[in-house]
Design a protein around this ligand. Structure first.
Ligand code: G3H
Ligand code: 13P
Ligand code: ZN
Length: 328
């Protein structure tokens, strides 16, 4: 059945687990994620970006999710708008059956320029009020995260994730978080705690203290009823980089967020963990492998099936390690 983000994360908080939110654009990703959820008996968040909506179309996506819900009747599914940039995006998502929306007002409506606190609080408050009228949940974002535009570890302010801004300036301010949640009434809050979007998060192997655990703990202590969300949570596993590069890829060496760090976050109140890059890499590695190992192959299913298998195994691992398994 479809459930809201609030319902799912309340349960996760009560039982101390985290829920991966996997990005979805097509049928193959949907089937692979749902197969993993079924194998692990885990509830799932399927999230859809604005790019995904224009890629597949709203009607295709919403009917496809209905089909997945019908095919996997034992799995609770939250259908979530990832990085909504204005009221229209969030409301049209709800109209197409989304049970949850992210209003990302940390950026202006162009989804590039950092927005003022005032703009963010006001637009998020409007979206939350409207969404709650019709029973949908709302995620807001406060802080400076990695770029959606470049997907290249570039921070939302245009500086590199490890660039000119000091670590502290990139993190969510707990006082501001308290004010933001009080004003907006969001159910979940995405915080900047050291991660960025895309594959190129860190150029050196993280030393084990990459997440600002003190910020996570402090926000969680002061906002016990607000679920924390970690964007940019791909681990960019070495094995996936190696598969891509072994079969003709040219991804420069890079490092993501180690899964142990995410597990630590979950112990301190992180409930929703956004993962897209790892899923893309798992599939792309198999496309490359099939293309190189069998150059005469041209049946798309011969590429897509192993890609789905790789994605399913990645999702299974995250359901197990985040403690989601067994909670469907
Ligand atoms: O955070 C963004 C997600 O990785 C979605 O990316 O906008 O290319 O679909 P996209
Ligand atoms: P990754 O690029 O680390 O997978 O992050 C995805 C994300 O935050 C989607 O909102
Ligand atoms: Zn994100």
């Amino acid at each position: 059945a479809k459930i809201t983000l609030r319902q799912l994360l309340d349960h996760a908080a009560e039982h101390g687990y985290g829920v991966p939110a996997f990005n979805i654009n097509n049928m193959e990703q949907g089937l692979a994620i749902m197969e993993a959820a079924k194998a692990c008996d885990a509830p799932v968040i399927l999230q859809v970006s604005r790019g995904a909506r224009s890629y597949a179309g709203d009607i295709m996506l919403s009917k496809m999710i209905d089909a997945l819900v019908e095919m996997y009747p034992s799995i609770p599914v939250c259908l979530h708008q990832d990085h909504g940039n204005d009221e229209a995006t969030c409301l049209s998502a709800i109209r197409h059956g989304f049970t949850s929306v992210m209003m990302d007002g940390s950026l202006a409506a162009d989804a590039k320029t950092p927005a003022s606190y005032e703009y963010n609080a006001a637009i998020t408050e409007r979206v939350a009020r409207m969404a709650h009228w019709v029973g949908a949940s709302v995620e807001g974002e406060l802080g400076v995260l990695g770029s959606l535009e470049t997907g290249g570890g570039e921070a939302e302010d245009g500086h590199g994730a490890e660039g000119e801004l000091s670590h502290d300036q990139l993190l969510t301010d707990p006082d501001q978080a308290v004010d933001f949640v009080r004003r907006t009434g969001v159910d979940a809050l995405a915080i900047a705690c050291g991660t960025s979007h895309g594959a190129y998060k860190f150029s050196r192997r993280p030393d084990g203290d990459i997440l600002a655990m003190h910020v996570i703990e402090e926000i969680n202590r002061r906002l016990p009823n607000t679920h924390l969300v970690m964007h940019g949570s791909s681990s960019v596993p070495q094995e996936l980089q190696d598969v891509i590069n072994r079969f003709g890829g040219r991804m420069p060496q890079t490092y993501g967020v180690p899964v142990e760090e995410i597990e630590r976050g979950i112990r301190h109140g992180v409930r929703k963990v956004n993962i897209d890059t790892d899923c893309r890499m798992a599939m792309a590695g198999q496309f490359r492998r099939v293309a190189v190992e069998d150059p005469a192959e041209f049946d798309p299913r011969k590429f897509l099936k192993p890609a789905m298998d790789a994605l399913r195994e990645l999702c299974r691992d995250r359901f197990e390690r985040f403690g989601t398994a067994g909670h469907a």
